[in-house]
Design a protein around this ligand. Structure first.
Ligand code: ADP
Length: 503
């Protein structure tokens, strides 16, 4: 009865169980044992028969050996068997031999428990295939893929990583990402990424600056996800990214190009705006500066016409002088305008000649004194003057303009001064007056064409003189500086090279 109850229980188990005695005779077995033995050995188990009866020689030998070992060692033993039935079905079995010891520690029985692990084996095989596939995919993906552990040590490194950085897998495996891979400028950024991943927060679309084996830089767009163990604990992270260096460089070069094009366009617009402003300034100045001499001329000629019969010689001469004076003034104005436009169009051609400085200065000073009817004394001081290789006409224009301005803008004063110094490589010309001076906010603009100072109002002028001077100085490869304060006079200092062209 007890045995019957036990058999009932055994029959309900999913494992096959065969109990044999010390001599190898079958004591008991369950239903599953019957099924399996039928399937793999095509034999029917019978209590009392030897448990190797009906087996092939090969299997009999294996089982007899196993049994011997169990008896000797008196410890359980496990064995795996792969069996292919005659109809081609493959099964995997896990066979355990468990000895049952008697009082004297002799092996009384051996329980042979066989488990069909075919489905487990198939699953394992599938898992292995999947794992190999995933590994292959990672290894050959066209993306940077690497993993790090909780300390930041690199534990995975695919082919693309090697391609992009030049570091082989062997070289990186015992190194930390921060030390080896991340450019110092982005180490903090990477630290933040790691912290985020280690606290189970994935990171997406992060720009990282990597350093290569040869010291180069690579810009990568990466995303990072946590890696967990079977308990779900985060044990590190996996970084997946793309090398976007080329893209970024291209983007940057485009941005640069757009910037420079925009700047060029702004420059053109600015020039255009300046030209419009210049034109309107010119119109207003020309209408004022040309109209007043013209109306004086008109007035004088009408007077002569109306009094043609009665006008005396003295009066006539007086009127003719007025006309001459205004004609001269107008021709000067026109000369200025022409000079300016020639310069603007780049039409001025330089004719450098060797000038004897001393006589050149003397002539220019005399010309200014005459033009200004000797209203001021021009006090000239120099050191030993030599020869100068430059364009005489252009230099005269500079000097005459500056001296005329000095006189023009110091009404009521008695003298202006000119100091010429001949140095080794350069010649300096300083024109000084004690006149009205220039307001600080105007010093920056007086060299622009058609710009006149606020206080110049009553003094005739076109606002062209200094712009011509500046251009002329530039043509001679020199420079000009001004030092001036309202009521304190002005000093214009021109420096030009001794030789216009260096050999
Ligand atoms: P213009 O004399 O025809 O007005 P310029 O271009 O020669 O034109 O001079 C521009 C402006 O600079 C003048 O209107 C004047 O306000 C100022 N300026 C030039 N030279 C002097 C000077 N020596 N002293 C004071 N102001 C001056």
């Amino acid at each position: 009865m007890e045995m019957e109850g036990l058999k009932d229980i055994l029959d309900h188990l999913s494992e096959s169980i065969i109990i044999i005695d010390g001599a190898g005779r079958i004591v008991a077995f369950n239903r599953e044992a019957l099924r399996i033995e039928k399937f793999i050995s095509e034999r029917t188990l019978q209590a009392g028969s030897h448990f190797t009866d009906g087996l092939t020689d090969e299997r009999r030998k294996t089982l007899a050996d196993m049994l011997k070992t169990v008896k000797r060692q008196k410890r359980p033993l496990k064995n795996f068997v792969e069996h292919c039935s005659s109809c081609g079905t493959r099964v995997f079995l896990e066979v355990s031999f468990i000895p049952v010891l008697g009082l004297k520690k002799e092996v009384r029985n051996v329980n042979i428990i066989t488990q069909d692990i075919t489905s487990r084996k198939i699953f394992e095989k599938k898992m292995k295939t999947v794992a190999t596939d995933v590994n292959n995919m990672v290894e050959h993906a066209h993306a940077i893929i690497f993993s790090f552990d909780s300390q930041g040590y690199i534990v995975e490194w695919n082919n693309q990583c090697t391609q992009v950085t030049g570091f082989t897998k062997q070289e990186v495996l015992s190194r930390t990402c921060t030390d080896l891979l991340i450019n110092p400028a982005h180490r903090r950024r990477f630290q933040e990424l790691m912290t985020s991943v280690m606290t189970n927060r994935p990171v997406a679309n992060h720009e990282l600056l990597l350093q290569t084996k040869t010291g180069g830089e690579v810009i990568a767009m990466v995303s990072a996800t946590p890696r967990t163990n079977h308990n779900g604990q985060v044990i590190g992270g996996t970084v997946v990214g793309q090398d976007i260096t080329e893209l970024t460089t291209y983007r940057k070069s485009l941005e640069k190009m757009i910037k420079s094009k925009t700047e060029a366009l702004e420059q053109v617009l600015k020039k255009e705006k300046e030209a419009v402003e210049q034109k309107s300034r010119f119109v207003s100045i020309a209408s004022h500066e040309f109209r007043s001499p013209l109306s004086s001329i008109d007035f004088a000629t009408s007077f002569i016409k109306q009094n043609a019969a009665t006008i005396g010689k003295k009066k006539l001469n007086e009127k003719v002088r007025v006309i001459e004076k205004h004609v001269t003034h107008m021709s000067h104005l026109l000369e200025d305008v022409l000079n300016f436009s020639r310069n603007e169009n780049g039409k001025i051609k330089l004719y450098p000649t060797e000038i004897v400085l001393e006589s050149f200065i003397r002539d220019a000073v005399e010309e200014v004194a005459e033009n200004t009817r000797h209203s001021h004394h021009i006090c000239v001081s120099t050191n030993r003057l030599g020869l100068l290789l430059t364009d005489e006409k252009v230099l005269r224009n500079i000097l005459i303009n500056l001296l005329t301005n000095a006189i023009k803008y110091s009404p009521g004063k008695e003298e202006v001064s000119l100091n010429v110094l001949d140095h080794d490589d350069v010649v300096t010309l300083e024109v000084k007056d004690d006149g009205m001076g220039i307001a600080e906010d105007e010093i920056g603009t007086i060299f622009e064409p058609f710009v006149r100072g606020r206080d110049a109002g009553a003094i005739p002028g076109t606002g062209l003189g200094l712009s011509i001077v500046k251009k002329a100085v530039e043509l001679l490869n020199g420079n000009i500086n001004v030092n001036s304060a309202p009521g304190k006079g002005s000093a214009f200092l021109v420096t030009i090279p001794r030789q216009l062209y260096r050999n």
